[in-house]
Design a protein around this ligand. Sequence first.
Ligand code: ATP
Ligand code: MG
Length: 140
Amino acid sequence: MATERTFSIIKPDATARNLTGAVNSMIEQSGLRIVAQRRVRITREQAETFYSVHRERPFFGELVQFMTSGPVVVQVLQGDGAITKYREIMGATDPAKAANGTIRKTFARSMGENSVHGSDSAENAAAEIAQFFSGNDIVG
Ligand code: ATP
Ligand code: MG
C-alpha cells in the first residue's frame, strides 16, 4: 500500500478532557506517524471553510459553534493507506455505532462531539492539510 498523508483534528470535546495524549497514543499504536501537529483555536471563518461541504445541513451552525468552542489540535498523519486506516481507527461518526476499540467508541460524547476528524479522500486530505500547514511544518 502506498504511503499517504491524512489530516486529523482532535476536537474541542477531547482537548477539554485532556485527551490529546490518549488520542495520539491510539494513533501511534495503529502504526500511523504524527508528522505535523499544532494546538490552535480556530476562527469561525476557518471552521466554515473547513466544513463548507456541510453548509446546507441542519447541523452546520452547531458544528461551527462546537469547533470554535475551545482549542483543537490539527495534525498531519503519515503511513501506509493513512486515509483509510485513520477512518478505521476513528470509528463511525455516531459513537453509538462505532466499533469497540475505536477512538470515537472510546472517547466521543455524541454525534456532534465526536472527538476527532479525519479526511475522507486523498483530494480532501491535500486541501485540508494545505488549509493549516505549509511544507516546512511537515517533517516525515
Ligand atoms: P469528520 O468530517 O468530522 O471527520 P465524518 O466524516 O465522520 O466526520 P461528516 O458526515 O463529514 O462525518 O460530518 C462532519 C461532522 O459533522 C461530524 O464529525 C459531526 O461532528 C458533525 N455531524 C454530522 N452529522 C451530524 C448530525 N446529524 N448531528 C450533529 N452533528 C453532526
Ligand atoms: Mg467528514
